[in-house]
Design a binder for this molecule. Sequence first.
Ligand code: RTP
Ligand code: MG
Length: 139
Amino acid sequence: MAGKRTFTMIKPDAVEAGNIGGILNMITEGGFRIVSLKLTQLTVADAQKFYAVHAERPFYGELVEFMSRGPIVAAILEKDNAVEDFRTLIGATNPADAAEGTIRKKYAKSIGENAVHGSDSDENAEIEAAFHFAGREQF
Ligand code: RTP
Ligand code: MG
């Protein structure tokens, strides 16, 4: 059976812009159940670790600075085929390429400041969820 859980963050740009409610509404309207939810902030070290896979990419420094500059919303979401369906709901990394009806089409500003994160595999969803939430915070 396809994986049931994914991990998301509402990124600092979207929190700053007052879009937490709008994005959570699109997530629940999209059929995802909220398993865990909190407002938190990544330290520089947290952001470096979370995005370590991109350490050699030219945008890594900018990404770490952006992701640690203010509060984020972290959440675990549940739905059949959660990882793939959530990436469909958020849309392409670059909002200029994002389909109509996607979260990034509506709320992302640029390829860097793109409003939301979505895990890219079941394995990473589990790692990223555990990075942010203890077992007793998962409902
Ligand atoms: P995410 O991991 O945040 O869900 O995004 P994604 O899979 O669509 O994109 P990924 O390739 O994993 O890149 C992670 C994040 O790095 C920033 N980025 N900036 N300036 C650039 O060219 C650039 N490319 C990527 C974005 O914030 C992207 O979501
Ligand atoms: Mg990614």
